[in-house]
Ligand binder design. Structure first.
Ligand code: SF4
Ligand code: SF4
Length: 91
């Protein structure tokens, strides 16, 4: 099923040389925006994950799934004023 369109709020920076290619972030992403690309290995000898989009919802599920410290960084792109119009509903 195709991913539901959501407002672009962020992008993900993958630190390729820290990634061990475990795929946990790939499985965690509800928008299917991360993928393991076979072909180029990193300095640790793994196929690193790639952010396969220009933007995403910024839910941070990938960040919390990653067991590697500093494996992923979420970069917020939505202006702060716009964030106030849609307050976070998490408790
Ligand atoms: S922040 Fe959320 S939507 Fe964006 S790549 Fe990570 S899991 Fe997917
Ligand atoms: S969860 Fe972390 S270590 Fe695993 S593939 Fe994703 S970025 Fe790499």
């Amino acid at each position: 099923m195709p991913a539901k369109a959501t407002k672009a709020r962020a992008k993900v920076l993958v630190h390729h040389d820290l990634c061990k290619g475990c795929g946990l972030c790939v499985r965690a992403c509800p928008q299917h925006l991360l993928e393991i690309q076979k072909g180029e290995i990193n300095r640790l000898g793994y196929y690193p994950v790639h952010f396969a989009a220009e933007s995403c919802s910024g839910c941070a599920a990938c960040f919390h799934a990653c067991p590697e410290p500093d494996g992923l960084t979420i970069i917020r792109t939505l202006p702060a004023a716009e964030e106030k119009e849609e307050p976070c509903r998490e408790r």
